[in-house]
Design a protein around this ligand. Sequence first.
Ligand code: DLL
Length: 433
Amino acid sequence: MEQYYQPEIERASREQIKAWQDQRLAAQVRHVWDNVPYYRKKMEAKGLTPADVKSSDDLYKLPFLTKADLREAYPYGLVGVPLKDCVRIQSTSGTTGKRVVAFYTQADIDLWEDCCARAIMAAGGTNEDVCQVSYGYGLFTGGPGLNGGSHKVGCLTIPTSSGNTERQIMFIQDLSATILCCTPSYAAYIGETMKEMGLGPDDIPLKAGIFGAEAWSQEMRRDIENTLGIKAYDIYGLTELSGPGVSFECSAQSGMHVNEDHFIAEIIDPETGEVLPEGSQGELVFTSITKKAFPLLRYRTRDICTLTREPCPCGRTHVKMQKPQGRTDDMLIIRGVNVFPSQIETVLLNHGYPANYQILVDRVKNTDTLDVQVEMTPEMFTDNLGDVAARQKELVEGLRSMLGLTAKVTLVAPKSIVRSEGKAVRVIDKRKI
Ligand code: DLL
């Protein structure tokens, strides 16, 4: 039976959700106008005052915020409350430019943890469960967010953080963990290590996994579900908006419910900024309507996906976002063709390869090259060069029909591609260097 952490909110009528959003957005615009001079200037530049935003129907009038704004305003320029009222920061793992630093009041942390608790209960978690949190702890939001949610549900929480994979498996077995929270690539790695230790799905008590923080395909979901003997749920979020739990998957496993009492989602055309109708694919934009320390209005996530309000069999009424297909800044343009790493992953998994691969992009004599290095499983591994060549050819064909361009495929020995304990690095684009 479906369980809810806050049923009266998660199953509220659309009218009720709209009423919350209308009232909270107007209050949030006023809060930001009064307390965040950086954003007030942006509003003034558009000739807006808080009186222009009376309800969520007026949202489109507001200016966007981008990562560039966050960098410009670093570190305190977008903070909406006195620092004495802030109790924590978290930060992104960004590798280029300045990190994003997000601030939280105690109330902001509470609502963030509520969102994570909703995700855990949607995955079947109760206070009878043992929840192992194998996302990184520290500045990254994954560990602290799911840890807080797990406490709220009342699960026995095991804060292993990431790494030391054999010890992760030992805790799962010895402490009878029933729910595992980590990135999908780390879940796959845990599964692979279990196999090497001679363990199968029946040797561990896990029943569910809550995996996110990076794009992962349906094929990868099926793989992880089979290896660990669990149901694998997606969870989405970003540091700028709190962390994991902006949206989460329910038993229907067909998209993630956005916590609309805290976040308003829009889909825009990334080129023009125009708001697109429901069902269109575009860039996801979020407005946080309840957080006070780091309130972001119309923040452009760069994630590409669609929204749907089709009724969900789980009973939740909040809008669903499809799995992000990738990020506008992840999209590779190779010889003029748009390529998402997730498309390549789908082809590999459909041909029976594990999700251990690396995509190398370069430019040789003014032509882009795409080289996909794919690991063979130990069962496939052979030194018969003819067999390897035939397998490579099959993948080149598969990629050609998915992407419409020719890639070079190199099959490499098992275990030769480095494993990830957090977010996997799949793409090395040498053209930028
Ligand atoms: O990754 C927060 C998080 C932690 C989410 C644990 C889920 C679980 P950041 O490090 O700021 O925050 O990265 C945010 O990661 O804009 C997406 O591009 C990507 N992302 C997050 N969740 C998913 C997902 C955390 N389920 C960025 N599917 C986002 C695809 C995801 N991409």
